[in-house]
Design a protein around this ligand. Structure first.
Ligand code: PXP
Length: 242
């Protein structure tokens, strides 16, 4: 299982003063030193954190998987085709939301998303769809040609007691069905140092994408250590000398 680090909130801190620090490129370098397998950024329509310049800089300096999260808009598809990340994750985007609130609405937006998938794949870039852990969404993802799905773990992360277990079972079942449908399976959102182990133990998951909890810890203990500790928890720690 690989770990992709979402570094959006490094740019959130920078944008608090509209200055030049902290620098997402430097954060990506330190994340790699800590053992990150991938770097993820979400280029939002309103550019509230990561901007176009960050994305281009990251493309030039990141040798590991660069995952671009984006809405399925014409503007973003154009950017993906010119920057050429290693993969694209299509996500729903609402201007007022604090963070991505749920999976894609594949039922009503199927054609639009299918069109975006086709254009991105024609440029040789694999596409993942951020979806709720639902069988219908897995079937739709397969039918419109996605290469991968990223199962939304936010409801699991926010639930307590029995609901927490119920949400975990939904993720497990969804991962199994997606895997059987020959989709690569990723998971993410709301994962932290306390809740990640149960998700990391699910068979068939290729990658976890984690941002806020790692950046929050990095503020206090440093990026390399925050990444290393997360890698140890998900059981894919790798020594720098290996
Ligand atoms: N995966 C997707 C599709 C996301 O939109 C986000 C948040 O940007 C994440 C993973 C990471 O979520 P978190 O910051 O809660 O770890």
């Amino acid at each position: 299982m690989i770990l992709g680090i979402n570094i959006d909130h490094i740019a959130t801190i920078r944008e608090a003063r509209k200055g030049s620090e902290p620098d997402p490129l430097m954060a990506a370098t330190l994340a790699m030193l800590g053992g990150a397998d991938g770097i993820t950024v979400h280029l939002r329509e309103d550019r509230r954190h990561i901007n176009d310049r960050d994305l281009k800089g990251l493309r030039e300096m990141v040798p590991i998987e660069l995952n671009l999260e984006m809405a399925a808009t014409q503007e973003m598809v154009g950017i993906a085709l010119s920057v050429k990340p290693d993969m694209v994750t299509l996500v729903p985007e609402k201007r007022q939301e604090l963070t991505t609130e749920g999976g894609l609405d594949l039922i009503t937006r199927k054609d639009l998303i299918a069109g975006a998938i086709q254009k991105i794949q024609q440029a040789g870039i694999p596409v993942s769809l951020f979806i709720n852990p639902s069988i219908i969404d897995i079937d739709l993802s397969k039918s419109i040609g996605a290469d991968m799905v990223e199962i939304h773990t936010g409801h699991y992360a926010n639930a307590h007691a029995k609901r927490h277990q119920d949400e975990l079972i939904k993720i497990k079942d969804a991962a199994e069905i997606a895997y059987r449908n020959e989709l690569m399976v990723n998971a993410g959102h709301g994962l932290n140092y306390f809740n990640v182990k149960a998700v990391a133990a699910i068979d068939g998951i290729r990658a976890l994408y984690i941002g806020h909890s790692i950046i929050s810890r990095a503020v206090l203990v440093g990026m390399e250590r925050a990444v290393r500790e997360m890698k140890e928890l998900i059981g894919c720690s790798r020594k720098l000398t290996e």
